[in-house]
Design a binder for this molecule. Sequence first.
Ligand code: Q46
Ligand code: ZN
Ligand code: ZN
Length: 341
Amino acid sequence: MPVRRCKFYNQCKHNAVTFISHSRMPLCKEHYIKNIEFRVKKTIDEFKLISPQDKVLVALSGGKDSCSLLTILANVLQKNVPLEALYIDLQISPENYSKDSGTVAQELCKKLDVPLHIVNFKQEYGFGIDDIHEVGQFFFKHRDDSKVGHFRGECSYCGLMKRYIINKFAVDNKFTKLATGHNLTDEATTLMSNFFSVDVDLMGRAGPTTSTDVEMLIPRVKPLYYIYETETILYAFYADVPHLATECAYATDSPMIKVKKSLEQIETYRRGNMLHMMKKYQDTLKPILFAAMDPEKKVEKKCNQCGMATYLDTCSFCKTKERITAQINEMNRLKEQEKLN
Ligand code: Q46
Ligand code: ZN
Ligand code: ZN
């Protein structure tokens, strides 16, 4: 491959280390980092994701997306907006996943001088993801004995719990924006999956912000909305962002992953496809779909157990927590019975 010069060679005198195919730009390491930070800043400004009056919380998982997001925000916001991070210890023990993610979160926050908060899932709610996994395994083996409902897979519970805890923490600590590391590839995949099931409500909610005036539901912002996953990986590499490369052992090859792979395949012959699709979607389809959303689902109430926002009487978190606790009790009872027999 011939050596290319950075597009801004006159300024930096560096050769390119990468080529941004959707905008046809060869860039050196420094200009690549600047390009990503510039584009994130542009998204923040265009959609008014963060203002100087905000107090921003980043949900830090230890993975490349959230760690890159925190680094980019720290660089872009330059201490002009209060920025803090939250790490949830999910209690995932295979391959030391939770322990190592926690270490990475601490290392990164120290490096960036960003305050870090830690919530221990098990201490707060009585069980962790390992316990949920154990319940799933147990009831899979004892399908005929148990009458406590089906098991939906670790990620489904984990996602629900994380969303709830992050929002609750933000409410309790008076944050005004919740920033998540969802990137362009994630968002395009979700949009296409919702399109395949013609879920107009979910399609109408897609976007870099889920602004809401509902009390106790902190607006979520996605500053990486127009950054490809591959670009985030490269940013983490070039900007030397501490992050955990190990994948959680409970991750499964879901249908969403197949949609994502198909979109990445399309990208090889339609350069910039995801970026153009999501930009076009924001400008044209989103306003129409949002207006057509089921008005019932826009009405928010307070959960009759925890008081957080929901459009049901009892929120999904409280219902799930109750069911998991019942399943753990039932599992322990059956285990005791087995010992006695
Ligand atoms: S942590 Fe939780 Fe992920 Fe592990 S259990 Fe699934 S959702 S895979 S990002
Ligand atoms: Zn350069
Ligand atoms: Zn609740």
